[in-house]
Design a protein around this ligand. Structure first.
Ligand code: AR6
Length: 231
């Protein structure tokens, strides 16, 4: 049976063995001289079961398209573990396309604790939402709503009641939310991606022609939403 301390040790060793060098050695230290950072999860690739290889092509393509518009801002793809397949696919494809690693990089961590646990201050975070914009349901959606307290649900309702696949909504986070006070998050952008899971609404039944278009639109809406906040 594993004890709490052996689990902590395992987690520490896992982080150490990651390629992810952490914040201190990569100059993304969140200091005030840095521009705003958008941290985003890989939309649709867990609960919504979208193919990882296809999703990674779209992420890199959409990041590349946004590069010229970023100014002093940065984009960061986040996942919980360094064994994340989507992170390694995206890292490899971004390197192949010579995408500037100072403007776009991957990062291992809980998107709701990036500053407190990993020292990376991201003022804007994206959520892989559901169409009703409801808390719970698992994945990153549950984590973000839990970490925000009730403020996010109230603030979200003021902006939108629902989302169609491929769209995003920018929600200013009240300063009373713990995600704002502890992590420095000012906005959450909810994004609804394509769904390939028959157990979830609007399943595309493996139609990757539609799925691709919707995921492309989702990332376009996300990055445009981010740029509209920071410009
Ligand atoms: N921090 C960073 N990344 C995370 C975290 C976290 N705390 N939690 C999960 N991920 P998913 P989807 C990663 O399933 O496929 C929800 O129930 C995860 O490893 O959250 O778009 C909603 O209500 C994966 O790489 O989103 C919707 O109904 C990525 O986040 C549905 O799931 C997205 O995984 C959306 O499914």
């Amino acid at each position: 049976k594993e004890t709490a301390s052996s689990l902590t040790r395992t987690a520490r060793e896992e982080v150490k063995s990651c390629q992810d060098p952490g914040v201190s050695s990569i100059s993304h230290n969140g200091s005030s001289s840095d521009g705003p950072i958008l941290a985003f999860p890989s939309i649709s690739t867990a609960d919504f079961q979208f193919d990882h290889d296809k999703a990674s092509d779209i992420i890199v393509e959409k990041v590349e398209e946004s590069m010229d518009k970023l100014g002093n801002t940065k984009l960061v793809l986040v996942d919980l573990t360094c064994r994340s397949k989507i992170l390694s696919l995206v890292r490899a494809k971004a390197a192949q396309k010579n995408i500037n690693p100072k403007k776009f990089f991957t990062f291992v961590g809980d998107i709701t604790k990036l500053y407190s646990e990993r020292g990376l201050r991201c003022t804007v975070i994206a959520n892989a939402a559901n169409w009703r914009l409801k808390p719970g349901g698992g994945g990153v959606n549950a984590a973000i709503f839990n970490a925000s307290g009730p403020d996010l649900e109230v603030a979200t309702k003021e902006q939108a009641k629902s989302l169609v696949p491929g769209s995003a909504v920018v929600v200013p986070l009240p300063s009373t939310s713990p995600l704002s006070s502890k992590e420095g998050v000012t906005h959450v952008i909810h994004v609804l991606g394509p769904n390939m899971n028959p157990q979830r609404p609007n399943c595309l039944d493996g139609d990757y022609v539609k799925g691709r278009q919707i995921l492309q639109k989702a990332y376009t809406s996300l990055f445009e939403g981010f740029l509209s906040i920071v410009s």
